[in-house]
Design a protein around this ligand. Structure first.
Ligand SMILES: O=C(CO)COP(=O)(O)O
Length: 130
């Protein structure tokens, strides 16, 4: 199963903290991330992460394509709700395509834990207990 991890700059520290706290669970998934987020995850958590382009350069769209292909099973996207982003249309498109394909999507820390709990539960069903 594959999970996408994305955070805007103001939320990157929160995502790193989340990934550190949930490292043992995240280790069981294939992880993809937008460029800068992915590099920070690799450097600061040691998780194995496939990096896309940076968000403003198309990374959200690359992750959206994975969702559309149904090769991404969940998205944690810690958006900054207080800062305008130059690539807002791409962000909206990613959120939309998650809804089109009914992919679990968390846009804040509280729901990130809930989404990951659900995906862990599904993975345990597929693979037996970790
Ligand atoms: O802008 C982003 C998501 O919309 C995140 O991109 P980066 O991870 O490259 O900062």
């Amino acid at each position: 199963m594959r999970i996408a991890l994305i955070a805007h700059d103001e939320k990157k520290a929160d995502l790193i903290e989340f990934a550190k706290n949930r490292r043992d669970d995240l280790d069981h998934f294939e992880l993809i991330a937008t460029g800068t987020t992915g590099q920070r995850l690799i450097d600061e958590t040691g998780l194995d992460v496939e990096r896309m382009q940076s968000g403003p350069l198309g990374g959200d769209m690359q992750i959206g394509a994975r969702v559309a292909e149904e090769t991404c099973d969940g998205v944690v996207f810690l958006r900054d709700p207080l800062t305008a982003q130059p690539h807002e249309p791409d962000i909206t498109a990613l959120l939309r395509i998650c809804d089109v394909h009914n992919i679990p999507l968390a846009t804040n820390l509280a729901s990130a834990d809930a989404v990951l709990d659900e995906l862990v539960f599904e993975l345990e069903g597929e693979d037996g207990k970790f």
